[in-house]
Design a protein around this ligand. Structure first.
Ligand code: TYM
Length: 329
């Protein structure tokens, strides 16, 4: 059975992009893969954070993932499993500065004021490689913004194997969903939907109420043309394309099929139908999340059990990696 690993930063409530790009896929893969899903709280320290908010958001994200159908026995938080940090350090020493300098996500997040960002933000992709390879996972379901990091993880694995003279780490294969691998902001169709966008109107989060979802879709940016009947008509219309993509992904239909239904009409009826569809799919997740959040003790015990299982898989692998590099034990 192939081993699957993936992670999400607990820096806010998971949004529709996280759901369509990753989480929904995770839930499906559980049926026939050996899965581990991780709240990567160590990655959440790479940007400014508040301890209390991190605690709350880690619990909130855990509740949301469980509500979205993630098996409780496969979920844990990264900092509870020391194998991540141990292998992460080794990878800091295997990875090359030249490789990290190419990472577009670092450039996007650091912006112009690079000098003032944490060293953690810079070496983030090394820790991400360790997250996956500490489990010898071979399949990684992600949205397409993570592909460059996964290429780097393969480069690190290959260099480690080459330097140590053994085929120790396997090759990683990304699993990107065919539709909605990059959901865009509802306010700007050229920007990715993101937890860090200052505008809450730019994203639908999994705990939004029916009214919030309907309001955000109603106010979503569009243009003044009717919807086209053919896909080609969406080429220069990023906002329209994004909404059609979301509709198609959520309803599990093709974008062409959606356009054959709504093409030629204005956005009004389309937005009403989209809001209704989203409410129907997301409301049960929101309800279950708030139910789960009432029992913090249970959530903590789920994460503890998940971490125990994760440790039992990763510790022997990382012990061996440490022996290979020459650490005495
Ligand atoms: P994060 O927390 O930014 O996002 C979690 C997952 O959601 C996907 N995603 C999206 N998909 C479609 N459209 C969007 N707008 C969108 N925004 C986010 C991401 O691609 C991701 O799959 N570095 C990772 C977390 C991580 C990780 C790992 C992932 C740490 N270690 C090891 C896989 C394997 C991140 O910041 O994801």
């Amino acid at each position: 059975m192939q081993r699957v690993f993936s992670g999400i930063q607990p820096t806010g409530i998971p949004h529709l992009g996280n759901y369509l790009g990753a989480i929904r896929n995770w839930a499906t893969l559980q049926a026939d893969h050996d899965c581990l899903f991780c709240l990567v709280d160590m990655h959440s320290l790479t940007m400014p954070w508040s301890p209390q908010t991190l605690r709350e958001q880690t619990l909130g994200s855990a509740a949301c993932l469980l509500a979205a159908g993630i098996d409780p026995t496969r979920l844990y938080n990264q900092s509870a499993v020391s194998a991540h940090a141990r292998l992460g350090w080794i990878f800091n020493c295997v990875s090359r500065l030249g490789w990290l300098n190419r990472m577009t996500q670092f450039k996007d997040k650091a912006g112009k004021n690079r000098e003032n960002h944490s060293a953690g933000l810079y070496v983030y992709p090394n820790l991400m490689a360790a997250d996956i390879l500490a489990f010898h996972a071979t399949r990684v379901p992600v949205g397409d913004d993570q592909l460059q990091h996964l290429e780097l993880a393969n480069d690190i694995a290959q260099k480690f194997n080459h330097d140590m003279g053994v085929e120790f780490f396997p090759k990683i294969e990304p699993l990107v969903p065919p539709a909605a691998a990059r959901v865009m902001s509802l306010r700007d169709g050229t920007k990715k939907m993101s937890k860090s966008d200052p505008s809450a109107q730019s994203r639908i989060v999994l705990t939004d109420t029916a009214d919030e979802i309907a309001g955000k879709i109603r106010r979503a940016k569009t243009d003044s043309e009717p919807l086209p009947s053919e896909m080609a008509g969406l080429a220069e219309r990023p906002e329209a394309r994004n909404l059609v993509t979301i509709y198609a992904a959520v309803s599990e239909r093709t974008p062409a099929d959606i356009l054959s239904e709504f093409g030629g009409q204005g956005f009004g009826p389309f937005k009403n139908a989209l809001a209704e569809l989203l409410v129907q799919k997301l409301a049960p997740i929101a309800t279950e999340t708030s139910r789960l959040l009432q029992d913090e003790t249970h959530l903590l015990s789920v994460l503890r059990t998940g971490a125990e299982r994760a440790r039992s898989v990763a510790d022997p692998i990382v012990n061996e990696a440490e022996s290979l590099v020459g650490f005495l034990r």
